[in-house]
Design a protein around this ligand. Structure first.
Ligand code: FAD
Length: 419
């Protein structure tokens, strides 16, 4: 076990964990779990809050061998849970297969992404957790369980987004489909009137669409249209609505565009177009803090209009806000659970106090729109508010108590929300 001062990827959280356990096999994970009174699985450290921290030990799966077994008859892939999306996507693409969608960055671990309901964009694309067909999990008593659609009591939907509370996930089976090509075209400065009058048409005009804004008079200063080339071409003329076509690559924040995946309408494999950022570069900005809220899609325009008056408050700390759509999930705790959703995301400068004040204001403004905070990002929502936003949170808490009666996987983050 190593014990050094460690932080999350963004550097806004110093972990309080006593050390980092790094088993090299599933059997060793089982032994370590039994021998450690309190531990939390750690993915690639890309969450912005204390969800992956603990007063016990953290456990990484980075030392387990990579596994990528495609079952083409069932159209599923079994992967080692600690593998990153970059590893999984490259391995699948090399074999002619694809995941339906990816997050903006390929650097995150598969288990960590699934555990928080991480999503990409697209009116027909649910979160990555929805692609889970089955998962292998080490329970608090060291036993090894397999959970899939045949497990009673809707267990698969409970386990998809499990916040690290139900055990250490060691392998995941994901639904796959034949590889496909995507072309990303970026438009600049879509005026607010066009955003609000044509929101549904714009976001459903391609496989995956993202709008970036600072809520100022530029409107959507970037619109990323990711067109799946085996589908009909987009029909909404964003230039006729007042936007300009970008003439070269653009970064959604302030970094060098060399770090973004190829734009300019050049078709390429899903694995190199669906993420915004290339795996060999720092994604997004680096020294940053993120917050995000998923709301019923029907509230998208009203929520954006309600946020616009915050533009001056946000200006000193906001690097970019991104608006995406997410299809309804069946996972109990997915932010898009059982509802077609819009995600309103904020990338802030790494100024924790100013960010907390801004997040408090944002959450007040969004409160009428039934927001669900992203589990891996910064939120000030009370436990009461989370239980009202996530109707299955009480059921999940009961299941966590049942599977982990001594609270081996319980950290302060979970203790607060599962009370
Ligand atoms: C630059 C950047 C861009 C991002 N873009 C997006 C985006 O496009 N869409 C989006 O939805 N989110 C996005 N996120 C958020 C990110 O996807 C989530 O925070 C995700 O959970 C990070 O995965 P991780 O592997 O780093 O997990 P960690 O942060 O290490 O852990 C998160 C949770 O997963 C649990 N966990 C990890 N491994 C296991 C395991 N083996 N078994 C059980 N539980 C486990 C942990 O215990 C913890 O509860 C972004 C984050 C960053 C930094």
């Amino acid at each position: 076990m190593t014990a050094t001062t460690r932080t999350n990827w963004a550097g806004n959280v110093s972990y309080g964990a006593s050390g980092l356990l790094s088993p090299t096999s599933v059997d060793e994970v089982r032994r370590v779990v039994v021998a450690t009174p309190r531990l939390t699985a750690l993915g690639s450290k890309h969450s912005f809050n204390r969800i992956a921290d603990t007063d016990g030990a953290q456990l990484t799966l980075a030392g387990l061998p990579p596994v990528l077994d495609v079952d083409s008859d069932r159209q599923v892939v079994r992967v080692a849970a600690g593998m990153t999306h970059a590893q999984v996507a490259a391995g699948l693409e090399a074999r002619g297969w694809a995941l339906a969608n990816l997050a903006s960055l390929p650097h995150i671990s598969t288990a960590g992404a699934v555990a928080t309901g991480t999503h990409g964009s697209g009116v027909r694309n649910p979160s990555l957790a929805q692609a889970v067909v089955g998962l292998e999990v080490v329970r608090a008593d060291g036993s090894l369980a397999w959970v899939d659609a045949s497990t009673p009591d809707g267990a698969l939907d409970a386990h998809r987004v499990a916040l690290g509370a139900l055990g250490v996930v060691t392998a995941v089976e994901l639904a796959i489909e034949p590889s496909f090509q995507v072309a990303t075209t970026v438009f600049l400065d879509l005026p607010w009137d066009a955003v609000t009058d044509h929101f549904d048409a714009v976001v459903s005009d391609a496989y995956s669409v993202s709008l970036f804004t600072s809520f100022d008079d530029r409107g959507a200063r970037q619109v990323w249209v990711k067109h799946r080339v085996d589908e009909p071409s987009p029909t909404v003329d964003l230039v006729a609505l007042g936007a300009r076509a970008a003439t070269g690559p653009v970064h959604p924040g302030e970094n060098d565009p060399a770090g973004v995946t190829e734009q300019g309408g050049v078709p390429g494999p899903w694995s190199e177009r669906l993420p915004h950022f290339r795996s060999a570069f720092t994604p997004s900005t680096g020294a940053e803090i993120q917050s995000e809220y998923l709301l019923p899609a029907a509230h998208a325009v009203s929520a954006l209009q309600a946020l616009r008056p915050l533009q001056d408050l946000l200006a000193p700390i906001l690097i970019a806000a991104e608006v995406r759509t997410v299809a309804a999930d069946t996972a109990w705790l997915a932010p898009s659970s059982e509802r077609q959703s819009v995600g309103i995301h904020f990338t802030f400068r790494r100024e924790p106090e100013a960010v907390e004040a801004a997040v408090r204001r944002i959450e007040d403004v969004l409160a009428p729109f039934d927001p669900r905070p992203h589990w891996g990002k910064v939120s000030v929502a009370s436990t009461e508010r989370l239980h009202s936003a996530y109707p299955r949170l009480g059921d999940f808490a009961a299941l966590a108590r049942d599977l982990d009666p001594a609270g081996r996987f319980r950290n302060a983050f979970l203790a607060r929300i599962l009370s």
